[in-house]
Design a protein around this ligand. Sequence first.
Ligand code: ZN
Length: 251
Amino acid sequence: MVARADQTTDPVLLEGLLQARRGTAFFARKLNELSDADLDGDSLLPGWTRRHVTAHIGYNARAIARLIEWAATGVETPMYASTSVRDHEINFGATLPPIALRHLFDHSAVHLNVEWRDLPAEAWHHKVKTAQGRIVPAEETVWMRTREVWVHAVDLDNGATFNDIPAPVLTRLLKDITGAWHTRGTDTGLLIRVTDQPDAMTFGDTGAATPTVISGPLAAITQWATGRGTQGVEVLGSSAGSPVPAAPKWI
Ligand code: ZN
C-alpha cells in the first residue's frame, strides 16, 4: 500500500516540509493570478521573462526529485547533467505554450511532493550532491526548494514581496547569504543589522572597528542581500547617510 503521509517523524524536517509546501502553494497562487499574456512579461531577473522563472521552478522540482530518487535507491542521478543543459532546458521551457508551462509547474511540484512524502525516514540522511557540487543529506533538498519557490514568487513581479515570505525562511536565507560572503571574504567592513525581530540579529563583519552598517527590517535586509533592491534599507555607522551599496554577490 502506498503511504499517504510523510515517512519521516523528525519535527524539524516536517516543519521544513511545511514551509516548502506553503511556498509552492504561494508560487502557484501568484502564477495563477497571471494571464497567459502576462507570462510574456519581464520578471525581476535580468534577461528572464515570467516564462523563464516558471520553467526554472518546474525543472528545479524535477531536478530535486532526482536527488530524492538517488537518496531512495542509491543510484546516482545528478540534478542536471551540466550547467549548459540546465540553462538550455529553461530556455526551451520558456517557449512552451502557456498551458504546457503551467502543467510543467503543477506536475513537477506534485511529483516532488510524492517523492518527499514516500522517502523512508532513514533515507533522508543519505548523501546527495547539489548542482554546485556540495555533498548534503537528502534533508537539505527541502530547504533548497523552499528558497527557490518563495524568492522566485517575488521574481514573478506581480505583487509578491519579501514581506510575504515567512520570517524563518528569511532568517535562514540571510544566514546562507551572509555565510557565503564570509566564506569568500567579501563582507569586509560591512555590518548587517536587522531591526524588527525579537532577538537581535547581526551579520557580516562583526569585528570591524568602523563598519558600514546596513540596517532595516528582516524582509528589506534579505531583499537587499539577494540583490533585489535597497527599499527599506538604510546606511548607518561610519558611512551614515550615504547611498546603500550593492550587496556582495552570493550565488
Ligand atoms: Zn533559482
